[in-house]
Write a protein that binds this ligand. Structure first.
Ligand code: GUN
Ligand code: ZN
Length: 434
């Protein structure tokens, strides 16, 4: 007989989008919940006593009052920037030139790329992230390093070669043709291989010539089931630069659209300073926008209008944007998302924050039929939260009057110490310090 595992604890169950329907109707925490896992998949979700009774042969892991969540999905990271996280004093363009590009140059060494990929993935896992959508560097081997390291750990992941053929230093530029050729070869090697998804990845308009954007647009047209990730409207100086570089484009979004780089599988990071036309076109196109709140405050980019964009039914995901973001933790990222929304006059509910970090991000990556929910038929990637992981959090949770009030201090004050356990495709990864 196959091994069945029954996890007992509180369960975070999402049956809809809490930005479009009242969260009370679509998100529930079952305080006596249970999850049956078999062959790496979730087979049943229900009440502890029912599942214990129905599956007496299952191995039982009792998490008590810990919260069993879908594994966190970080929808926009740069794994090559792991070692330069928290670099002081620069805004976007200076930050790229001072810190990011010199570090990305070091990944010309395949051994270093492998070392950083392993370091990044282990840090992400320790912080409860089980799927990540990463940029790499212009070096093809940096993509192999990432996917190899993800496969070793059994992770579902998304990544692509970061293409740049201008406005980047010597040694960090490809060409329109080599970007196309390398991306195509990597896509053929990795897309759909095990748990890997290949994302066509022009870094952003300022570092790609129109020829390169067109070449990648053509590649995307040949492989429309792949996602395409890039950056959009992060800082005013960047937007002004894009306007200078692409004088024939209507706006920043148009620099992508005119080269075949807008569609339902587009994943657009940041998207803070959008024109009304851009919001309309994004809505029509079905593209997803990724909120990177710790990055947007750390690099001084601005306050994304999450609630307003969600109300337009634009798919939204949540991301650390490592290393522009100041944390590897999706909990810290939820806290920053809450604070930014407050600065814009909206209080995001904890149900909305966890949904964004799981089902929302999974939807933005088009992985929403595989991961991001506790539901039968989903892959068993799980993050188990200790809701009293520090004395400060425990004393606040201790006088909560509802389950949401118990959870909220962990979202606001929690970090890797709150990650009690992580499960990857039905296998317990490792107990962390939590
Ligand atoms: N825009 C283009 N490249 C980057 C990057 O590496 N990080 C961030 N935050 N924005 C970018
Ligand atoms: Zn980024």
């Amino acid at each position: 007989m196959r091994t069945q595992t029954l996890l007992l604890g509180q369960t975070f169950v999402a049956d809809g989008n809490p930005f479009l329907e009242p969260w009370q109707e679509v998100i529930h925490i079952n305080s006596a919940g249970a999850l049956l896992i078999e062959d790496g998949m979730i087979r049943a979700v229900g009440n502890r006593n029912d599942l214990l009774c129905d599956h007496p042969q299952a191995q039982v892991q009792d998490y008590g009052t810990h919260l069993i969540c879908p594994g966190f999905v970080d929808a926009h990271v740069h794994y090559p920037q792991t070692a330069i996280i928290a670099s002081w004093g620069k805004q976007l363009i200076d930050w790229l030139n001072s810190y990011t590009f010199p570090e990305e140059m070091r990944l010309a060494n395949p051994d270093y790329a492998r070392q950083i990929a392993a370091r990044y993935l282990d840090l992400a896992l320790d912080h409860g992230t089980t799927t990540m959508c990463s940029y790499t560097t212009i070096h093809a081997h940096s993509v192999d390093a990432f996917f190899d390291a993800a496969a070793t750990r059994g992770l579902r992941s998304v990544a692509g070669k970061t293409c740049m053929d201008r406005n980047a230093p010597d040694g960090l530029r490809d060409t329109a043709q080599s970007a196309y050729d390398d991306s195509k070869a990597l896509l053929t090697r990795w897309h759909g291989q095990g748990r890997a998804t290949y994302a066509i990845t022009p870094r952003f308009s300022p570092t790609s010539t129109p020829d390169q954007l067109s070449a990648l647009g053509a590649l995307w047209a040949e492989h429309p089931d792949c996602p395409m990730q890039t950056h959009l409207s992060e800082q005013p100086d960047e937007i002004a630069w894009v306007r200078d570089l692409f004088s024939n484009a209507r706006d920043y979004l148009d620099t992508y659209e005119m080269h075949g780089l807008l569609g339902p599988r587009a994943i657009l990071g940041h998207a803070i300073h959008l024109e009304p036309r851009e919001i309309d076109r994004i809505t029509e196109s079905g593209a997803a926008l990724i909120h990177c709140p710790t990055s947007n405050t750390f690099i001084g980019s601005g306050l994304m209008d999450v609630a307003g964009l969600a109300a337009r039914q634009i798919p939204l995901g949540l991301a650390t944007d490592t290393g522009g973001g100041s944390s590897f933790s999706m909990l810290r990222t939820m806290a920053a998302a809450y604070e930014i929304a407050q600065l814009r006059g909206t209080a995001l509910h904890p149900a909305q924050l966890i949904w964004l970090a799981t089902a929302g991000s999974a939807r933005s990556l088009h992985l929403h039929e595989k991961i991001g929910r506790l539901a039968p038929g989903y892959e068993a990637d799980l993050t188990i939260l200790d809701l009293a992981s520090t004395p400060a959090i425990a004393q606040r949770a201790g006088q909560a009057r509802s389950v949401w009030e118990v959870l909220f201090p962990t979202l606001m004050m929690g970090d890797d110490r709150a990650i009690a356990d992580v499960w990857i495709a039905g296998h317990r990864h490792a107990a962390s310090s939590g």
